[in-house]
Design a protein. Structure first.
Length: 92
């Protein structure tokens, strides 16, 4: 679980800082919502979940400030990394 948390944090912070998100980013953040929900189900401490939520909201604002092409690139990379992490941890 710690590996997943570290990877998600890395993915969120590796994205550089369009008022709206592109479809690729909407899909990415939908998957992050799913990931956070699964973490809660798996008994991850609330403080850790809250920290991830704060990082998530911060990254969402940064991504929204990017041009569409940059949003797509960042979110597609983030989504690929997130899905690999979730798969490795047995999270669907």
């Amino acid at each position: 679980m710690k590996t997943i948390t570290v990877l998600l944090t890395t993915v969120l912070f590796s994205m550089s800082a369009s008022a709206a998100l592109t479809p690729a980013c909407e899909e990415y953040y939908k998957e992050i919502d799913n990931f956070v929900a699964k973490m809660k189900e798996m008994g991850t401490p609330e403080a850790q979940v809250n920290t991830l939520k704060q990082q998530y909201e911060q990254s969402r604002k940064q991504i929204a400030a990017l041009p569409d092409a940059s949003q797509d690139m960042a979110c597609k990379q983030g989504l690929d990394a997130l899905r690999q992490s979730m798969s490795a941890a047995g999270i669907k």
